[in-house]
Design a binder for this molecule. Structure first.
Ligand SMILES: [Ca+2]
Ligand SMILES: [Ca+2]
Ligand SMILES: [Ca+2]
Length: 342
């Protein structure tokens, strides 16, 4: 506005006869035009900056909408979607030995199935990456893997980690023996064994309340393992249950991330979360460049979001990325909300 004020001052000076000559000199006209030019260019630049800020604000407002769409998808389908690997807006899976797994761990957001926008405000697709074990038939239907939130069909895989405590009907992925309560009536030492005729010692869940059904030779463990486990209560997905690690505040893993969960760090490199089942990213104003070649993204932190490994980062600046993610606990909460966790 300073430039405009100067222009007006020149013209007012002419009007009030403060000039020594009649009419405008060429130099005065040139100066006025120059100032006008500076004024309009300045205005255009600031409007451009405003539009860029507006776009970032718009994108920031869209990310919670995407998150809600993911929660709804999980509640309706009892699993999360796999990445879209062919850009048609739908997830891509394949059948591996009868188990449905994700075709790839990364791709674009399956926007048609989520009813979310196809492109971000800069016109680029959303990057979508999931737990790497969602690609693996050994893990995707295993309750003791967080990849189980991507299990879509087929029976449950029973891993060595799984224990079932019949007296409280709870599945555990570690320490079942130490937390499974022994029913009144005792086990162990009375040890008169197979008196009730169940014989096989697995007690099939306290039928008729005879609890304990003793006789397993003084072994206080009443947890079932392996093929002892009665899977009839969970014969179809979702296989993610309360006992699926990480539980509570457990870390996904300090040295090796044993569950292949995704991690998020802040601008200073401090861990924000280490138990994410998926991360969705829009690469921001430099999205087209980033999609073309990750190494050309605007900063080290932004390259972290496109390099395909398990680590993601918060970013800042004109080209900042916008992220959405879901923790294991949020996934469990959605399944609890609909009564799918048994
Ligand atoms: Ca697809
Ligand atoms: Ca970016
Ligand atoms: Ca990374």
């Amino acid at each position: 506005m300073d430039e405009m004020a100067m222009i007006l001052k020149v013209f007012r000076a002419r009007k009030h006869g403060l000039s020594y000559s009649k009419g405008f000199s060429l130099i005065e006209v040139a100066l006025a035009l120059l100032l006008l030019g500076v004024f309009f260019i300045g205005t255009m630049v600031s409007q451009g900056e405003l539009r860029a800020v507006d776009k970032r604000k718009q994108q920031a407002a869209i990310m919670p909408v995407i998150h809600q769409a993911m929660v709804t998808y999980l509640k309706v389908n009892h699993h999360l979607p796999c990445p879209d690997t062919d850009g048609d807006g739908r997830e891509n899976r394949k059948i591996s030995s009868g188990v449905s797994v994700c075709r790839k761990r990364s791709g674009t957001l399956p926007y048609l199935e989520l009813s979310t926008p196809e492109k971000d405000v800069w016109g680029n697709a959303y990057y979508y990456q999931v737990n790497a074990r969602a690609e693996n038939k050994k893990y995707v239907n295993d309750m003791c893997q967080t990849a189980s939130v991507f299990g879509q069909q087929g029976g449950m895989t029973v891993s060595n980690d799984l224990g079932y405590c019949p007296s409280v009907h709870i599945y555990y992925c570690n320490g079942c023996e130490s937390v499974c309560p022994v029913l009144p009536g005792g086990t162990g030492s009375t040890g008169n064994g197979n008196g009730n005729g169940n014989g096989n010692g697995n007690g099939n869940g306290g039928n008729g309340g005879n609890g304990g059904n003793g006789g397993n030779g003084g072994n206080n463990s009443v947890c079932q393992t392996g093929n002892q486990i009665d899977l009839s209560a969970i014969s179809t997905p979702p296989y993610m249950q309360l006992g699926t690690p990480p539980v509570g505040v457990d870390k996904a893993g300090d040295v090796t991330n044993s569950h292949k969960n995704l991690w998020l760090k802040d601008l200073s490199g401090n861990e924000v979360d280490n138990a994410l089942v998926y991360v969705t990213v829009t690469f921001g104003a430099d999205g087209a460049i980033t999609w073309n070649k990750c190494q050309d993204a605007a900063s080290t932190n932004q390259r972290e979001n496109c390099d395909g490994d398990e680590l993601f980062s918060e970013t800042q600046g004109d080209n900042q990325d916008f992220l959405d993610s879901m923790t294991v606990l949020q996934a469990k909460q959605a399944l609890i909300d609909i009564g799918a966790i048994k």
